[in-house]
Design a protein. Structure first.
Length: 449
């Protein structure tokens, strides 16, 4: 592997040698040394339309040449208005309105603030708590860390934010209640009502969760009936339901938005990643028009903003990405290819001693590793099993996304397989075959350690 430049970049991983990527095309990335990689996770599940889509780059260039930036509190642009009209027809919200910023963290932060202000507008000033789930990740800001459920990321900053209440996730492979669906009676969903009553219904403003568990636990798909029951509980106690679709939105689960697969309409949606497929840093908070009107009547404006909100180039990138998704029916492609990817992973990996579970939906799959299949005991943290598997895959030319802490927030290893929707059947076979080889090689070494 080539060395990263010894310059002035503050790298995210200080011990990692960074190859310099020169170009991308479809599912492939090419580095300065001439090596080719299959981007089998779309980065951190961002790249949905593939690399090197000229129409998206050209749309951004045209918009930047026409007008790149205007202040979002003073002006709008045709790019923003046109994209918003298109998106309103896609999201499962009535008369949707969209607040634009730059990152998924900002989208969630916006959602939290909007729910608080909407509850104030409803005459519910005591509602200042947002319930969330353990095993979740909602962002890097102090506000979003407060509702995140990933202990390793929260720990250094816990004294700096006001923590929010958490409940257990719908993690059937490691059920927190030691139960099995359907005999469990959806205890994971019913715990939401227990927590609302414990906090006091008059204090709880909303509930936030990923429709399908993301990278922290690895593509955990809730059992049948989970989201319907959660929606009923939110309605019963006046909670606003926030769907964090930063990772699952724009086709990743085989539907435009994951909540559509579960037949439940949220009050607020946080979107990002797939909106522009990585071509521009854009995030979107989608809310109901009636709630926006209530805030306007009560307070005049939403008390929130940012320098790069409502960005014209971001809107142009998002509109071109939407054109590409629709034009090639890539969401339908993700729905069609997803089960095949899952079957290939299960067939190739499901019998390996170090693989405990293969799970997922659409073009979003995870493989969880165990040292003992019978007890589901994880590898010791210092073995770094998922990291080593991903590093070996990278050496073999396949890029995947590792995760940690699925057992107790610290122990537990898994990785995500989530390629761009333009991936072919032959490329899926290469991805799965390479992953099997890497797992077997790492397991041999790990078992001897």
């Amino acid at each position: 592997m080539s060395k990263h430049p010894q310059g002035h970049v503050f790298y995210r991983r200080m011990a990692h040698d960074y190859p310099v990527i020169e170009r991308g095309e479809g599912v492939y990335l090419y580095d300065a040394g001439g090596r080719r990689y299959i981007d089998a996770s779309g980065g951190p599940l961002v790249v949905n339309v593939g690399h090197g889509v000229g129409s998206i780059a050209q749309a951004m260039a045209r918009q930047a040449a026409q007008v790149a930036y205007v202040h979002g509190s003073l002006f709008t642009t045709e790019a923003l208005e046109a994209y918003s009209r298109r998106l309103a027809a896609k999201v499962p919200l009535p008369d949707a309105r969209f607040f634009y910023l730059s990152s998924g963290s900002e989208a969630v932060e916006t959602a939290l603030k909007f729910v608080r202000q909407a509850q104030l507008a409803r005459g519910e000033p005591a509602r200042d708590r947002i319930i969330s789930r353990w095993g979740s990740y909602h962002g890097m800001t102090l506000g979003t860390l407060a509702v995140s459920g990933k202990p390793s990321m929260r720990a250094p900053y816990a004294s700096m934010f006001q923590d929010m209440p958490h409940i257990q996730p719908p993690y059937c492979y490691r059920c927190p209640f030691g139960a099995t669906w359907p005999e469990c009676g959806l205890a994971c969903a019913r715990q939401l009502e227990d927590e609302v009553l414990r906090q006091g219904p008059e204090r709880v403003a909303g509930f936030i969760a990923e429709p399908v568990g993301g990278a922290t636990l690895g593509a955990i798909v809730p059992p049948e009936g989970y989201w319907e029951l959660v929606g009923e509980i939110c309605d019963r106690y006046g909670l606003m339901l926030i769907a964090d679709e930063v990772l699952t939105g724009y086709g990743r689960t085989g539907a435009w938005f994951a909540m559509q697969r579960f037949g439940v309409e949220p009050d607020v949606m946080a979107l990002a990643k797939g909106a522009t497929g990585g071509y521009f840093p854009l995030s979107i908070t989608a809310v109901r028009g009636t709630d926006v009107e209530a805030v306007r009547v009560a307070h005049g404006d939403f008390n929130h903003g940012g320098t790069f909100s409502h960005h014209a180039v971001g809107a142009a990138a998002a509109r071109a990405t939407l054109d590409y998704l629709e034009g090639d029916d890539l969401v339908g492609r993700a729905a069609a290819l997803g089960p095949s990817l899952g079957e290939q992973l299960d067939e190739a990996l499901g019998g390996l001693p170090s693989v405990g579970d293969v799970r997922g939906i659409g073009m979003m799959w995870a493989v969880e590793f165990v040292a003992d299949r019978e007890t589901k005991a994880p590898y010791p943290r210092d073995v770094h099993f998922a990291d080593r598997v991903c590093a070996r895959c990278m050496e073999l030319g396949v890029l995947l996304y590792p995760g940690h802490g699925s057992v107790d927030g610290v122990r537990g290893d898994h990785l995500m397989v989530a390629p761009p929707y333009v991936v072919t059947g032959d490329q899926l076979e290469v991805i799965v075959g390479t992953l099997r080889r890497a797992i077997e090689e790492v397991a041999d070494v790990a078992d001897l350690a």
